[in-house]
Design a protein around this ligand. Structure first.
Ligand SMILES: [Zn+2]
Length: 442
């Protein structure tokens, strides 16, 4: 019989021993932010941290990315950390050339990833758990920089926009039984943790309206104004909103990425991007039909052409009750009895950890220690212990509790068996891909 409490103490002590190196890694990653599928330096930093623990590392999992494997045994758990930054040039820590910045706390995820690995390698206890643990630095969680991602897709280097989707497609999670990560909380400077919630899924959308250019002052009557078509399309989307049921949690938030070429020319090439998000895959599909119909109506209204390219977004997140139960017990022990946030809430953002939880039992807890809004200029770490160290202990102790208990192992294997298999998941996510073209230009 494994003494889980003793193992947890050893793993936490090993994490404390590596405290400085864990925090240094987070700061080094934060200082050199890189966007998704471009995280070469970040991947190397994570790989070097694993190598310093004596782990062998596999790189270029999906363009970038790194994985180290520890132990062998009946079950395999994966710990994830996201390598990529996002774009917000107004953030004080943004890279002046690219605008990239860790304003979503992914650098803290990597501290967590390396911290958990240092706990298990330092304590040397994985063999007592009859399990293997994968430590995975995952590329490209933020769904952005889309012209580059589309190039990767068009040139066959990737099929999906999201890094975890690519890991699944490439078979890197085929023999994994459960997945754990952490995420920075939104406006959560306190020592709080929320582990039990769901998130929206979505489809990603590129829209191009084509009209006809003409002199905007001398002869606008000879042109067809694609910007007017886009504005009508956007207003037609707004007119759908009263039909979205509250329980579907639909979010549609288009932006215009190109509004014209020159102010004295009737705009003939106008481009938009949007997500269509909702709580369930069916609700995403239903809302997407309405949004595409609305977008087409803009082209019809002014006699322009429209092309809509839909790309698979991310799937809804569904957390696993067994892992949540073990995690929450450790939150009470390590952070505090009143540190736990509400259970069973639905969040209307999205993550590609949702895709992982379509095929595996998993969790994606939000932890405190971060001030300001995620993605905004005021986002920053205010409590290093909570942001970088405690999450590693929470995950490590949860893994011990889950893997040392036959009952929990069985319920996780049963939960996995009830999930979609990889092929069914891939068919479903691929079914979001679609093109709509409508021509009203004479
Ligand atoms: Zn994030």
């Amino acid at each position: 019989m494994v003494d889980a409490d003793a193992l947890k103490q050893q793993v936490c002590a090993a994490i404390d021993d590596n405290r400085e190196a864990i925090i240094d890694l987070a700061k080094s990653v934060e200082a050199e932010p890189e966007l998704g599928f471009k995280e070469t330096k970040t991947t190397r930093k994570v790989a070097e941290a694993f190598e310093s623990m004596g782990l062998s590392v596999e790189e270029e999992l999906a363009v970038t990315g790194a994985r180290a494997r520890l132990g062998s045994g009946e079950m395999r758990a994966a710990v994830f950390g996201e390598l990529d930054a996002l774009v917000n040039p107004d953030h004080p820590k943004a890279n002046p050339e690219t605008g990239a910045v860790h304003a979503c706390g992914h650098h803290a995820q990597l501290a967590h990833l390396v911290g958990v690995a240092s706990g298990f390698t330092g304590a040397g206890v994985v063999d007592e758990l009859d399990a293997a643990i994968d430590f995975v630095g995952v590329p490209a969680e933020e769904y952005l920089d889309l012209s580059y991602r589309r190039e990767l897709i068009e040139s066959g280097q990737t099929e999906f926009v999201g890094g975890k989707q690519e890991l699944i497609r490439r078979g890197h999670l085929d023999d994994v039984d459960l997945g754990i990560m952490m995420h920075a909380g939104n406006d959560a400077p306190e020592r709080v943790v929320t582990s039990d919630f769901s998130t929206n899924g979505f489809v990603g959308k590129f829209v191009t309206y084509r009209g006809r250019e003409a002199h905007a002052g001398a002869a606008p009557e000879e042109g067809v104004n694609a910007l007017n078509a886009a504005m009508l399309g956007m207003n037609a989307i707004h007119a759908q909103r009263e039909r979205f049921a509250d329980e579907d949690a639909v979010r549609v938030h288009p932006i215009i990425t190109k509004g014209g070429d020159g102010v004295n020319v009737v705009p003939a090439d106008v481009q938009m991007e949007s997500y269509v998000r909702a709580k369930s895959v069916d609700a995403v599909r239903e809302a997407n039909v309405a949004v595409n119909r609305a977008l087409e109506s803009g082209a019809m209204g002014v006699g322009a052409d429209v092309e809509i390219n839909d790309y698979p977004g991310y799937m809804p997140l569904r957390t696993d009750p067994t892992i949540v139960g073990a995690y929450d017990d450790n939150v009470r022990d390590l952070v505090g009895t009143d540190a736990l946030g509400p259970s069973g809430t639905h969040l209307t953002g999205s993550t590609d950890m949702g895709d992982v939880t379509q095929i595996l039992p998993g969790i994606h807890p939000w932890v405190g220690g971060f001030e300001g809004s995620l993605h905004a200029r005021d986002f920053r770490v205010v409590d290093e212990e909570m942001a970088y160290i405690l999450p590693a202990k929470l995950t490590a102790c949860t893994l011990v509790d889950v893997l040392a208990s036959e009952e929990r192992r069985q319920s996780i294997l049963a939960a996995k068996a009830a999930k979609k298999d990889t092929e069914t998941y891939l068919d479903e996510v691929r079914s979001f891909r679609g093109d709509v073209e409508a021509s009203y230009l004479d």
